[in-house]
Design a protein around this ligand. Structure first.
Ligand code: 5AD
Ligand code: SF4
Length: 460
């Protein structure tokens, strides 16, 4: 038995890819470990989106090189793989700078991992070509016991790549053109997950609402159509999707938030900036008013929806007034959760060549102000759920004895006191208070779902 240590950076698509890499290695006898010291194979699944994340890889690789040397001195071999978006963007540079790396593999080629690893035993290998075959079709399905150890929620990538070319973003270069998986393959994968106990799926894509998957009949299904089919799969109770682009928020998708009972009332819809001028320079292909219109529509159909967004401060040319426009947009909308970043110039992207770069100190100041507002909004959103009755999907044991932990429909972490519910149950709770990272709640009796006891009663 060999052990593999996989570390993922960046987005949830990397988390999903890491699982599929582990699945691809399982037939060769690899078992995952959380302890790098006992691993014969180390995989860094990297992120290229901002400079910091990207540069950190080289210092991590330095540490791994020393570890590999020490192991070699004891006669132990260790293979080192760099995967993910830095691999795709800087593969040759990685091999040049870091002798310890045996294999560089781009995100489109993970199905070739076992074969490339055996080649890399003799000679260092780089594979960052865009594979012509569909990697998902060649990756083995996860085994039921593995799915169970991963829990009752699962990520499923349904779409990859992006054709939007926002001027700050490397994704269209690292992940390539938009590409949707065929509908039947997705439904099959989710059926396997559901049979092993998964109750919630998060559909992932860099531009997930641009999804247009081929059907067996030769037609095509958009995201809301796919979600209707997924809602029919026995065992699946909850569906989420991310990340979306405002341009692809179609009427049909907006209506799904009212019409699909499995679709959770949560929408992650990055706006990046509240200034129409900056949005134009970012090539976002919509202005501030268009964003307000979408949000108003979604809220009209699903008033309790929790909204989430990504923001970039300090995009080249961003003035104080532009930044005030962002703050104003945040104040008007009110977000339940958000991610905000300082603009990071990425090689090869159009915005990195713009003359009017914003000084670091200004970016820092703006990020602080924005984050203070976003955190206050998040706290207010959580506070507003105190006293409300919510359904929670129980995911694991809680922090303290007798507690179970799960998620609300709004993606809030919930600690349930004196819980009788088991993992995989969806229970009604009364929210009693908020902590720093989660809500506190009490179960409402009797338990509403809990598959086995109900069925047994019927037969009795
Ligand atoms: N600088 C800062 N943030 C960026 N993002 C993407 N590219 C950059 C960049 N060059 C942010 C965007 C995107 C999220 C995934 O990362 O907000 O939505
Ligand atoms: Fe990057 Fe824009 Fe595509 Fe999102 S929509 S992945 S920010 S280019």
């Amino acid at each position: 038995m060999q052990k593999v240590f996989i570390k993922s950076y960046g987005c949830q698509m990397n988390v999903y890819d890491a699982q599929r890499m582990a699945d691809a290695l399982a037939p060769d006898g690899y078992v995952e470990t959380q302890d790098i010291a006992e691993a014969q194979l180390v995989v860094l699944n990297t992120c290229h989106i901002r400079e910091k994340a990207s540069d950190r890889i080289y210092s991590t690789l330095g540490r791994i090189r020393r570890m590999k040397k020490a192991r070699a001195a004891e006669g132990d071999a260790m293979q080192v793989v760099v995967a993910g978006c830095v691999a795709q963007a800087e593969g040759k540079e990685i091999l040049r700078r870091e002798q310890a790396v045996d294999l560089v593999i781009g995100p489109q080629n993970y199905h070739r991992l076992p074969e490339l690893l055996s080649r890399a035993k003799h000679k260092r290998v780089i594979d960052t070509d865009y594979a012509t075959e569909d990697k998902f079709a060649h990756l083995p399905d996860p085994q039921a016991d593995k799915i169970r150890t991963r829990g009752v929620t699962a990520f499923v990538t349904v779409q990859e790549g992006c054709d939007k070319f926002c001027t700050f973003c490397v994704v269209p270069y690292t992940r390539g053109a938009e590409n949707s998986r065929p509908v039947a393959a997705i439904l099959k994968e989710i059926t396997v997950l559901a049979q092993a106990g998964v109750r919630e799926v998060s559909l992932l894509g860099q531009n997930v609402n641009a999804f247009h998957g081929e059907t067996d009949q030769g037609g095509s299904l958009a995201l809301e159509g796919l979600m209707e089919e997924i809602a029919q799969i026995s065992g699946i109770e909850r569906i989420r999707y991310m990340t979306s682009h405002p341009r692809d928020m179609t009427q049909a998708l907006i209506h799904a938030h009212r019409d699909n009972p499995c679709l959770m009332p949560y929408l992650h819809l990055p706006v990046q900036s509240g200034s129409s001028r900056i949005l134009a320079d970012m090539n976002r292909q919509h202005d501030r008013d268009a964003y307000f219109r979408i949000i108003a529509q979604v809220r009209a159909l699903r008033p309790d929806i929790a909204l989430s967004s990504d923001f970039i401060v300090g995009f080249p040319g961003e003035t104080d007034q532009d930044f005030r426009d962002t703050m104003d947009l945040v104040e008007r909308i009110g977000f339940a959760q958000s991610y905000s970043f300082k603009y990071s110039a990425r090689p090869g992207t159009p915005a990195s060549d713009l003359a009017d770069q914003v000084p670091e100190a200004v970016k820092d100041e703006r990020l602080q102000a924005l984050q203070a507002l976003l955190i206050a909004q998040q706290t207010a959103f959580n506070q507003a759920t105190v006293g409300r009755r919510l359904k929670v999907l129980v995911e694991k044991a809680g922090r303290h004895d007798g507690q179970m932990a799960g998620k609300s429909p709004y993606l809030q972490a919930v600690q349930i006191d004196d819980a009788t519910a088991r993992i995989g149950d969806i229970v009604e709770v009364d929210v009693t208070g908020i902590g720093s990272n989660s809500l506190y709640a009490r179960e409402v009796a009797p338990r509403e779902t809990g598959p086995e006891p109900h069925k047994m009663e019927v037969h009795a």
